[in-house]
Ligand binder design. Structure first.
Ligand SMILES: Nc1nc2c(ncn2[C@@H]2O[C@H](COP(=O)(O)OP(=O)(O)O)[C@@H](O)[C@H]2O)c(=O)[nH]1
Ligand SMILES: [Mg+2]
Length: 291
């Protein structure tokens, strides 16, 4: 079972009214864990339930709304009111994440998003790891008529360097930096990612203004490991959660939101369409999850 089906799973356990006893709590805890919520969080959610509702008759709606009440305060800390900083040069946004998480597709969506706000956008093809990666980005950028900086056979940091210089020259508003799919446990590739970051920082101490970690919403608890590992190499300002259109609804976000130093979720994506990029709303997320 995945988190998106949590609502229907709750409905099947709590058909009609049911007394909230140990057995019911245990079943609920089980549902939470199979929905990608870390066991320790599932346990604390259950403790919360048992302290307030033990031995009371509850309906599925009671359970769903109580669950929302419990999860909402932490998740709302992940919301962010994203504003472009007021700077002279280009605002640089770098995307990091493992292969297949959705970086390149999300970059295209972000490009479209900023373009529709009247901003000029440029892309840096810093995934030099596979030639096909540059081609994939090029198709998107051509479609959007957005200039893309690429350098065949070059190291990714030098592509970033040239892209930033070009963006300054052309007075581009926003530079979006695509990077290679990095297995978080590959030290060389992580070192390259860091080099892109520091190279940009030498050109402008504020750059990259944002480094977002792109997490695949279907990834389960593994996403938490990715978040920790990437943070060891580059400062991650926030997250983008992709593929929320799939049946999995990123239950790991519940766990992420309950940690210290919560990372804001800047955007979520939900489909192949360019328009399927939206700011994160904890309310919408919880409704999708639980109803
Ligand atoms: N359903 C769905 N698929 C997505 C979404 N974002 C990306 N993908 C797909 O995920 C796959 C990997 O995406 P890509 O951008 O190439 O990932 P990258 O390796 O991190 O650059 C592609 O097949 C994308 O079409 C999304 O929001 N929903
Ligand atoms: Mg890519």
């Amino acid at each position: 079972m995945v988190f998106g089906k949590l609502g229907s799973a709750i409905s099947s356990v709590f058909t009609g009214k049911r007394r909230l006893d140990d057995d019911a709590l245990e079943q609920l805890e089980e549902l939470l864990i199979t929905a990608d919520i870390a066991p320790k969080d599932a346990m604390s959610i259950i403790e919360d339930f048992s302290s307030t509702r033990m031995d009371k008759d509850v309906s599925e709606d009671d359970i769903k709304s109580a669950l929302k009440d419990i999860l909402s305060p932490a998740l709302s800390k992940c919301e962010v009111d994203f504003q472009l900083p007021d700077t002279d040069g280009p605002v640089v946004i770098m995307l990091a994440g493992v292969n297949g998480s959705g970086k390149t597709t999300t970059l295209a969506k972000l490009a479209h998003y900023f373009q529709s706000q009247g901003k000029s956008v440029m892309a840096a093809a810093c995934d030099t790891f596979r030639t096909a990666a540059t081609d994939q980005l090029k198709v998107w950028m051509n479609q959007l008529s957005i200039p893309m900086i690429e350098k065949e056979g070059a190291d990714p940091a030098s592509v970033a360097y040239q892209a930033y210089a070009t963006a300054v020259e052309q007075k581009t508003d926003i530079l979006l930096v695509d990077t290679a799919g990095r297995l978080q446990n590959n030290p060389n590739l992580m070192a390259e990612l860091k080099k892109i970051h520091t190279t940009l920082g030498k050109q402008n101490p504020e750059a990259p203004h944002f480094t977002w970690l792109v997490l695949d919403g279907t990834n389960g608890q593994n996403a938490l490991i990715q978040s920790d590992k990437f943070s060891e190499h580059v400062p991650i300002d926030g997250l983008i959660i992709t593929k929320l259109d799939s049946s999995s609804k990123a239950g790991f976000l519940v766990t992420l939101s309950r940690q210290n130093n919560v990372k804001p979720v800047y955007f979520i994506t939900s489909g192949e369409d360019l328009k399927s990029l939206n700011p994160f709303s904890s309310k919408n997320y919880l409704n999708q999850l639980i109803d």
